[in-house]
Design a protein around this ligand. Sequence first.
Ligand code: F6R
Length: 253
Amino acid sequence: MENIIREYKKSETGIHILIFETKKSLYSQAMTSLFKSLSSREYTNVGLATGKTYERFYDILSNYSIKNKFSFSKISSFNLDEYVGIPNDDTCSYHYFMRNHLFSKIDLKESFIPDGNSEDLKKSAMAYEHQIASHGGIDIQYLGLGINGHIGFNEPGTPFDSRTHIAELAESTIRENSVYFDGNQVPKKAITMGIGTILDAKRIVLIATGESKSKIVKQTLDGSIEEKIPATALRLHQDATLLLDRDAGSLII
Ligand code: F6R
């Protein structure tokens, strides 16, 4: 494989770690491997994330599929999370993010995102679990990584067996995400797949880039497995892969 600085499997877990020289080679490997599995029909249900990490991934993915006339018409997607109380057409919503970066450019069969505007949020969280289960579960779940170790909006302290639920955002997450809100208040709550929901996916791929993620990447892999660092739950999964660029992997090279 091209441009890999280090590749290893963490011995006591199923985690496979790949550190790439550049972001470009990381995203190109992520895309090639996804298209291979989609073409062989290995995946039909794909779990998606939002955030800075995924902007570039979705751009590359949609450009490649347009150029190669790749059809997603048999693929269903399930997003991890959405803010509570932000209208779907608001530019800060994850509905908008997904439409803007991906859904308007490819022909997915259907796409699901948790409903953060329901009058009964608990009911819509349960409905989301049902939607995933009735489709046969998620084949591959993509994740980003918060600097406090959150996955989805599962903040430190979230039980590893949690299902889709309403989460309070951590202060650090609100600060990190405020750049997208242009001076407006960041919501304090979100609806998110739980850690248990994420761990049910057959395969998990977490992408982290940039120096700001290096410390939490190290803690995720080398610290003890505990709810204080939600991403350590990935070490309990049989088939999880971490794709890192040199900066994010700098403390474990
Ligand atoms: C987004 C999500 C979050 C982000 C994480 C990293 O759907 O679930 O866990 O993946 O906050 O965000 P970025 O990529 O903006 O650094």
